[in-house]
Design a protein around this ligand. Structure first.
Ligand code: ATP
Ligand code: MG
Length: 557
């Protein structure tokens, strides 16, 4: 709790985007700010997108501006409404609300008009070269490119050909529309970039209306401009596109949006490429986009991560201009911070050994009122039953225990959390020498509220046998074994680094109140970790996903 406060209240320096925005507002360059989040609906959002969302929506929130959700849907073959819907769900889950829901495809007519306008002005031409020829003729950074033989077509001819392209007269790959800029330009982006390509594909929104689709560079800046986006924030790899972004806006003489780049988020032991995540799903290497091991927002949600924790994480990592590999443990730390403060507690035994309280009556049951969250001792309670036969964690008993072992040992005492102190009198073993039962006695004078307080070094969790509920526990570990997944050696594939132990299924014995938990967030299994109810649960057996362990040696800087 204490630590949580410092995180939230730590005054932080302005990041470079906030500095730019404050300057722009102070100088009156804009009256208020407008940002956008521009996902391509070709997959589910991941943690990297969460950073972009927190940034775009967070800046608008901070400076009283607005954020549009704009789907960048210019590639009909990879896009799908399933993705469109999941993206909206994930943004809302993170706690943000967009101003307008828009699609690049809403602007196809306008973009087409602008393309014709450029053709008429002699600034664009139809090229019949193949993709391969275009690539070869582009030159290199040190050598100028070779102009296409079709480069000097007249505007009239270009207009006719472009209209025929649009009418579906030419097959895919036979023609493209290119901007006529400079084949010797030092910036390769300016060597007559592609504006349109032919694609006979049904689009998730425009259906079969179009068989030519605009390229990213001829789309993004114009969309920003139409929406009067003041600060168009994207990841570093787009910095080489910025001059072209500006060029189209200037050439068309439209609202001057500006692009700013920040470093994309990379996390240890994590891959964040929709293409690769899709491959994991398609090959059945994970159970789906929302497999709790996936770095997708639906995956971490199913894992029990909270939007509060993700926002705390995004705030803590800040914004940088240099590529960063963040430690996944920082994210897990944020999850723990949030859940520690808010989650309900329950006792669950995962590797049970039987305890019989020989001096406790056979039929007696006592129900103890226990706080759901120790941070709120006067808050809601749960009732925990105590009886003669109990289960404790095998690891909480040790026969030849070292001095510092403060849990149960032969002739030793321990407090059963929320109840009495017990003493171990006899260890029962099977033929192989495994401990199968501990015969103990309880000290009735140590009742937690009515008894005298007597302290003992160790306190352990336990579950009453007659009341225990069997649950399935899915224990998750990292999906990959390599810390820096950008360092996969050339002779290997990222799939070679899948962790074979990333999912271990166990059984657990839970106190009954666990199954009536109404909190809708992950709960704490006392002394073990945070776990969240999974949708695979059946009336006869609840399934819990491990969100994260309770403790870790990790400390954020
Ligand atoms: P991927 O490579 O995973 O497919 P993408 O960049 O192609 O990601 P888009 O749907 O185009 O995915 O991204 C939407 C927005 O999210 C873009 O502005 C993009 O820059 C941003 N984004 C994507 N990945 C990250 C990341 N790892 N860190 C920060 N922002 C990201
Ligand atoms: Mg993309």
């Amino acid at each position: 709790m204490e630590e949580n406060k410092t995180v939230a209240e730590e005054p932080r320096k302005l990041n470079f985007l906030e500095e730019i925005i404050e300057k722009d507002l102070a100088e009156g360059k804009c009256q208020s700010i407008m940002t956008r989040f521009p996902p391509e609906p070709n997959g589910y959002l991941h943690l990297g997108h969460a950073k972009s969302i927190c940034l775009n929506f967070g800046l608008a929130e901070k400076y009283g501006g607005k954020t549009n959700l704009r789907y960048d849907d210019t590639n009909p073959t990879k896009e799908d409404t399933e993705y469109v819907d999941s993206i909206k769900e994930d943004i809302k889950w993170l706690g943000f609300q967009w101003d307008k829901e828009l699609y690049a495809s809403d602007y196809f007519d306008q973009l087409y008009e602008w393309a014709e306008d450029m053709i008429k002005r002699g600034l664009a031409y139809v090229d019949d070269e193949s993709q391969e020829e275009i690539r070869l003729h582009r030159g290199t950074v040190d050598t100028p490119g070779t102009p296409s033989p079709y480069r000097d077509r007249t505007p009239e001819e270009n207009l006719r050909l472009f209209r025929e392209m649009k009418a579906g007269k030419y097959p895919e790959g036979s023609k493209v529309l290119r901007a006529k800029i400079d084949m010797a330009h030092p910036n390769m982006m300016f060597r007559d970039p592609l504006m349109y390509r032919i694609k006979f594909a049904s689009h998730h929104r425009t259906g079969d209306k179009w068989c030519i689709y605009p390229m990213y560079d001829f789309t993004h800046g114009q969309c920003d401009s139409i929406e009067h986006i003041t600060h168009s924030i994207c990841t570093l790899e787009f910095d080489v596109h910025r001059p072209l972004y500006d060029w189209y806006i200037e050439t068309l003489g439209i609202y001057p949006s500006h692009q700013y780049e920040f470093a994309r988020l990379n996390l240890t032991y994590t891959l964040m490429s929709k293409r690769k995540l899709l491959e994991l799903v398609q090959k059945g290497l994970v159970s789906g986009w929302d497999d709790p091991r996936m770095p997708t927002l639906c995956g971490v949600r199913r894992r029990g991560y909270t939007p509060e924790a993700l926002r705390m994480f995004c705030d803590k990592i800040g914004v940088s201009k240099r590529d960063q590999l963040m430690d996944i443990q920082l994210l897990e730390w944020c999850v723990r911070q949030d859940l520690n403060a808010r989650s309900n507690r329950y006792m669950v035994v995962q590797d049970p050994v039987k305890v019989t309280i020989t001096n406790y009556p056979e039929d007696k049951v006592e129900w103890f009122d226990c706080p759901l969250n120790p941070a709120d001792p006067d808050g809601a309670k749960r009732k925990v039953p105590f009886s003669r036969t109990l289960w404790i964690e095998r690891a909480d008993f040790m026969e030849d225990a070292p001095k510092k072992f403060f849990r149960l040992r032969p002739d030793g005492e321990v407090r059963l959390k929320y109840t009495y102190i017990i003493k171990c009198n006899e260890v029962v073993k099977d033929a192989e020498g495994n401990v199968v039962e501990l015969k103990c006695t309880y000290d009735p004078t140590t009742h937690p509220t009515e008894g005298e307080w007597r302290s003992v070094k160790g306190t352990i969790h336990w579950v009453s046998d007659a009341h225990a509920k069997k649950i399935e526990i899915r224990d998750y570990d990292r999906l990959f074994t390599l810390a820096d997944m950008s360092q996969v050696p050339e002779d290997k594939d990222y799939k070679d680094f899948l962790n074979p132990e990333s999912l271990v299924v166990k059984e657990g014995l839970a106190e009954p109140a666990l199954l009536n938990d109404a909190s809708c967030i992950a709960v704490q299994f006392e002394r073990t970790g945070y776990y969240v109810l999974d949708r695979d649960s059946k009336p006869e057996k609840a399934v819990f996903n491990k969100t994260t362990s309770l403790k870790d040696s990790y400390k954020p800087e």
